[in-house]
Design a binder for this molecule. Structure first.
Ligand code: ADP
Ligand code: MG
Length: 562
């Protein structure tokens, strides 16, 4: 097919501008992104070759090769992975296929650090090459296609790209960056090697570079006629814990999650027994932009005996842990496992239970030993963790211990009181855990229902998150103490003193006729009017019957059209 010139999708143009102008201070990330794409391409080939081994052709030693040419001022990243057809090059390199593109542009802030994180999250790494290159040429041939169906894609990153069909014997992709003026410092083997070691050491396949040696006579580095492997080149999760440094765990997390921040915590172990698998799980320190997107499920990367099977295997994690990132590598699942099959597999069920337990232990450990980090976790993901109270009956008690609340003890909306803290502060004769629900923290705090609790110094949980009432409907007690809404029926705040009792009886008698009168007037509006000693400042308040829905839930259902 002939050469054609095509325009980038409008969003790509904007993105290129952004990349070039705002990521300059992080320019070496282009290498990480291109190596990560090469590694993905190898994973995809291995996966497709399970069903069709002929795709390996005569070359099954997958590797990435990085080299540079001082005279031509180019850096080349070459892989023998899945490759691209002409159509794939046009769609994958000329448009942003991801659905969240519009969100992405609406979130750009102009702040380099923040925008760099977004680029990672949205997976638009290929274009980062234009930070250092004023022309990128991609030559590729997809595994399984004849040599005559290679493709050359080329662009100066200024709005258009050219595609041409070429003859290409080797399967895979070669990406050549023609460096911009002034980027010559990158044309240095030592420099490139150190960037690779910094960002891509965890990549599971070998990254090769031409071997260089110091020549005494010429007094410069000369290239030998062989390659050397510059990374560790083994799957990080399959190595033993003692051989892995924290910085390697962190880089691997960043590669997996496209997050530029460090994770809050991780856990790594090999499970033996009925089902054998390796798990490496991370808690991110910030929520992704689509945490609440119902169509996006998150999940773990699934491998079977080191072979990549799928991203986002949501069957491996319950919904309330959907922000956990990581890898599960199973020894038992068949290589041809599909999403549908995952749903029915008993092995997957066992793995999911194991992963859930492990993730909860990791959170318990944070809550116990690193309170600041746990507070960060709670701020980012607490709302989602609360869903677990309803979703995961088997682990309800463990989840309940991890919950944090704002209460009448504090002056801020910050949720930092655990149920155990609350119980430890309960008054001598207090038998229940009290809570109030409202649309906002402020409304909860100013609820007239709280007056008598304040007076008696009884702490009350202030609940104002949307999920609270739903979640608490599953949590009826904690350590044998029933949870009770302050807005429900009669209050039993323990024994009152005799004097107080006598005084109340006297007043009740005197006011009986008045109460009956009010009842008569409000007979269509209120089920019952009663005298209360709960209020100290407000003249009256509405309470729900013990068996009725609380006011907040009623309003919520009404808002939802029920
Ligand atoms: P992402 O990797 O998150 O999908 P990128 O912008 O990094 O986003 O890459 C865009 C797409 O281009 C990839 O999804 C892939 O389809 C294709 N691609 C990029 N590099 C390669 C490569 N070396 N081999 C095969 N396909 C590639
Ligand atoms: Mg990528």
């Amino acid at each position: 097919m002939a050469q054609e010139t095509l325009s980038f999708q409008a969003e790509v143009k904007q993105l290129l501008q952004l990349m070039i102008h705002s990521l300059y201070s992080n320019k070496e990330i282009f290498l990480r992104e291109l190596i990560s794409n090469a590694s993905d391409a190898a994973d995809k080939l291995r996966f497709e070759a399970i069903a069709n081994p002929a795709l390996f052709e005569s070359d099954s030693n997958l590797r990435i090769r990085v080299s540079f040419d001082k005279a031509a001022r180019t850096i080349t990243i070459d892989d023998n992975g899945i490759g691209m057809s002409r159509e794939e090059a046009i769609t994958h390199l000329g448009t942003i296929a991801k659905s969240g593109t519009r969100d992405f542009f609406s979130k750009l802030s102009g702040d380099q650090q923040k925008d760099a994180q977004l680029i990672g999250q949205f997976g638009v790494g290929f274009y980062s090459g234009f930070i250092v290159a004023d022309r990128i040429t991609v030559e590729s041939r997809r595994a399984g296609l004849p040599a005559a169906e290679g493709v050359r894609w080329s662009s100066a990153g200024d709005g258009e790209f050219d595609v041409d069909t070429i003859e290409r014997a080797e399967r895979g992709t070669t990406i050549t960056l023609h460096l911009r003026e002034g980027e010559d410092e990158l044309l240095n083997g030592w420099q490139i090697k150190s960037v690779i070691q910094k960002y891509s050491d965890h990549i599971a396949l070998p990254i090769l570079m031409p071997k260089e040696e110091w020549d005494q006579e010429k007094s410069e580095m000369v290239r030998r006629d062989e390659d050397e492997t510059v990374n560790q080149a083994s799957a990080l999760w399959a190595r033993s814990k003692s051989e892995i440094e924290d910085s390697q765990y962190t880089q691997f997390y960043q590669h997996l999650s496209h997050d530029h921040l460090d994770p809050l915590a991780w856990t790594h172990n090999r499970v033996e027994g009925r089902s054998e698998y390796i798990q490496l799980l991370y808690v991110p320190s910030q929520a992704p932009f689509d945490l609440y997107d119902r169509n996006k499920h998150g999940g773990l990367k699934l491998y079977v005996r080191r072979v990549f099977i799928m991203d986002d295997a949501e069957q491996l994690l319950p919904g309330y842990l959907r922000y956990i990132r990581g890898v599960v590598d199973s020894s038992d699942l068949p290589l041809n496992v599909s999403r549908e099959l995952l749903q029915e597999s008993r092995d997957v069920k066992t793995i999911r239970e194991g992963v859930t337990k492990r993730a909860l232990s990791m959170l318990e450990d944070l809550a116990e030993n690193e309170k600041d980090k746990y507070a960060t976790f709670w701020g980012a993901f607490g709302q989602v963790l609360k869903e677990g109270v309803g979703e995961d009956q088997a682990n309800r008690e463990r989840i309940a211990k991890l919950l944090r609340f704002a209460t009448t003890q504090g002056d801020t909306a910050e949720q930092n009181v655990s149920l155990a803290d609350y119980v430890s502060r309960m008054k001598g004769n207090q038998t229940k855990i009290y809570y109030v629900t409202a649309d906002s923290w402020l409304a909860a705090r100013n609820s007239p229902h709280l007056e008598v609790f304040r007076k008696k110094g009884v702490e009350v949980l202030l609940l104002s998150d949307r999920v609270d009432e739903w979640a608490l409907s599953f949590l009826t007690e904690f350590e044998g103490k029933p949870l009770s809404s302050v807005a429900r029926g009669d209050l039993d705040l323990g024994e009152l003193s005799d004097d107080e009792k006598k005084a109340q009886e006297k007043v009740s008698g005197e006011l009986k006729p008045l109460v009956e009168k009010i009842q008569e007037v409000l007979k269509d509006k209120a089920k019952e009017v009663r005298l209360t000693f709960r209020l100290t400042d407000s003249p009256s308040c509405l309470v729900a019957d013990d068996n009725d829905m609380s006011g907040y839930l009623q309003r919520m259902l009404k808002a939802a059209g029920q």
